[in-house]
Design a protein around this ligand. Sequence first.
Ligand code: SF4
Ligand code: SF4
Length: 130
Amino acid sequence: MASNKKDRRFECTGCGDCCTGNPKYYWVETTRLEQQRIAQYLDISLKWFRRRYAVREGDAEGISMRGGRCAFLDGNRCRIYSVRPTQCRTYPLWPALLSSDAAWKAEARRCEGIGRGAIIPLRRIKELLK
Ligand code: SF4
Ligand code: SF4
């Protein structure tokens, strides 16, 4: 574990890059409850949501990012912003990225908001690392 967790800074610029994915990633992980919320927000059935937007691997499910873009990205705007999955709400403050300087710096190559803005309070980081 890095000793300088206090030094993590982040402020989203709204560039949209995290929604365009990385060839390694082809989905945004979602729970069934999140899928229900999104389907409700879009006024479509869960069945249709799953047929049109979901991808599966074993027991896990997610929103497709086939072609390197999230299915809900419209220009650089999220069409489901108010009901976006936890994975999107919390990026890049993920335990795996906060847990070491190397991981945080490596992610900064994908997210221009890393290193900007105010220092993230240690209390918040500890909560996320639980
Ligand atoms: S890549 Fe980073 S700065 Fe850009 S929209 Fe995503 S979180 Fe915000
Ligand atoms: S659901 Fe919205 S915030 Fe999440 S990856 Fe897709 S477009 Fe981006």
